[in-house]
Ligand binder design. Structure first.
Ligand code: PHE
Ligand code: NA
Length: 510
């Protein structure tokens, strides 16, 4: 056993760190785009249901697994799972909880580094006087690595390195001295910036500063439920995927943070505080910035069109231009707030991704904290460089698909079976409720045992064999063609082969 005797400094610090873990780029860039792609308001009902019957149970499962493993001196999922049921199988399943974090960090930190650079460019007024195409071109040059926007050669790589060094340095300061401190500063600032931008989003009026719509148009678009979409499995899969990603469940980070909670301390209320804080930031703040502001200036049709090309574009190619409609000063301030908010959201999450690997090395191999932190930084650099260099060839999306989506569902499915059926619901319930500062509703005993694992199984099978266009009706009536987005097609690399074939065809016709 190890000399890893770290722990959290205070309860507020723990909750803020755990909320910082959950609140991330997903809240501001991924959620609004998922909502638009899945029919606006249609998304919100499946989303909330998934939060209640999958998100909350998984939070309780993971917090209690973490605290349980921590009592035995373990802080990474291979060994936490092993304390719950001996056997090589569960230990290997636990490896997901380290690997996923490293692989997600590899592309997540790259994105995080854009926010640093864009914060600087907003402050220095790089976007002043550009039209919308200009701002979009700026981004294209940036990710192409072919422009040095301020005389810095290979600017994206420089900022990627700075971002990694920052993460490594904070991680080497430990939990209470590094991670917790950053969360205590970053989370309040993030909420402050978010409230300001959401206020701007709520008060757009047509005709003022070039807006074409009142803010009500964008908000209604996001919040009017479309009940016809309610029965579409692809909308449910998207909702479930978002819940996983946003709560950071199925990853191993929640286990790791919770394993540093003292054995007698509450987890039931802490888990709810951090989880609901994430939902507030996502639904209230995340839902009021990107889409309402874009729709206010560009209209629903244009925004729906822009969103087709992925969500990152809207946040980086469009908002910096729209902010400048408020004048150069307020525009610069809004830009700094937007990218500053994204940066704090990002770094408090990427720090969380580093801790399982560090805990693993510290506990099981007696590594020093500092060396463990540096090893994380180095691995992320090596794994992340391909996303930087080959960004335009879909490497980034490939990482997001395998590590940021499929892996979470697989791990969550296994851990919920381990918890409810192998470890057993009786012991499991005792773990969740011991030391609890709230009364956990009894219905969750049933939900955790039956509803959560079955739903996870359904989500997994649904993504394995998604029919073309997500049209299950046609598929079940005998016309089954796999969609390119299904896991099976991805394994067979269908979309990649198609892209190549198209590229070759395009060359022939030139
Ligand atoms: N929950 C974070 C977000 O919404 C992402 C994340 C995933 C953080 C995994 C930590 C671990 O962006
Ligand atoms: Na989140």
């Amino acid at each position: 056993m190890s000399a890893n005797k770290e722990s959290w400094g205070s309860r507020v610090g723990l909750i803020l760190a755990m909320a910082g873990n959950a609140v991330g780029l997903g809240n501001f860039l991924r959620f609004p785009v998922q909502a638009v792609q899945n029919g606006g308001g249609a998304f919100i009902i499946p989303y909330l249901v998934c939060f209640l019957v999958m998100g909350i149970p998984l939070l309780w499962i993971e917090w209690s697994m973490g605290r349980f493993g921590g009592k035995f001196g373990h802080h990474s999922t291979p060994f936490i799972l092993d304390t719950m049921h001996k056997g090589r199988f569960w230990k290997y399943i636990g490896v997901f909880g380290i690997w996923t974090n490293i692989a997600v960090a590899a592309y997540y930190c790259y994105l995080e580094s854009w926010t640093l650079s864009y914060m600087m460019h907003s402050a220095f007024g790089s976007f002043n006087g550009m039209d919308q195409n200009g701002v979009a071109e700026f981004f294209n040059h940036y990710v192409n690595l072919d422009a040095s926007t301020m005389g810095i050669p290979y600017e994206p790589i420089v900022f990627f390195l700075i971002c990694l060094l920052l993460n490594t340095w904070i991680l080497s300061k430990g939990l209470a001295g590094g991670v917790e401190r950053v969360a205590k500063i970053g989370m309040p600032l993030l909420i402050l910036f978010g409230v300001f931008l959401a206020y701007k989003g709520f008060t757009i009026s047509a005709g003022v500063d070039g807006a074409i719509n009142d803010s009500s148009v964008g908000l209604n678009f996001l919040w009017t439920p479309d009940y016809t979409k309610l029965w579409s499995p692809s909308v449910w899969l998207a909702a479930a995927g978002q819940i996983f990603f946003t709560l950071s469940v199925g990853m191993g980070t929640v286990h790791c943070y919770a394993s540093y909670v003292r054995g007698k301390d509450d987890i039931a209320l802490n888990a709810m505080s951090a989880g609901w804080m994430n939902e507030f930031v996502e639904v209230v703040l995340g839902g009021a910035i990107l889409i309402p502001i874009s729709i206010g200036y560009l209209g629903i049709d244009r925004v729906t069109e822009l969103v087709q090309f992925g969500g990152l574009g809207l946040g980086f190619k469009t908002l910096p231009y729209l902010f400048l409609q408020w004048g150069p000063i307020l525009g610069a301030v809004a830009g700094m707030m937007w990218f500053g908010l994204l940066f704090f959201a990002g770094i408090t999450s990427s720090l969380a991704m580093g801790t399982p690997w560090m805990g693993f090395l510290q506990d099981e191999f007696n590594w020093k904290r500092k060396s463990a932190a540096w090893s994380f930084g180095l691995i992320v650099l090596v794994l992340g460089l391909p996303t930087v260099i080959f960004f335009n060839y879909g490497v980034f999306d490939e990482y997001d698909y395998w590590a940021g989506t499929v892996s979470l569902v697989v791990f969550a499915l296994f851990e919920s079976i381990l918890f409810a059926w192998v470890f057993g619901m009786k012991k499991g319930w005792r773990e969740i409720t011991s030391g609890a500062d709230i009364k956990v509703p009894g219905i969750y005993k049933f939900i955790i045992k039956f509803v959560t694992p079955l739903l996870l199984l359904w989500v997994f099978i649904g993504s394995l064999v998604t029919p073309k266009g997500g049209d299950w009706g046609a598929a079940l009536s005998g016309n089954w063609v796999l969609d390119d987005s299904s896991i099976i097609s991805k394994i067979r690399n269908v979309s990649l082969k198609k892209d190549l074939a198209n590229a070759i065809a395009a060359m022939d016709t030139e």
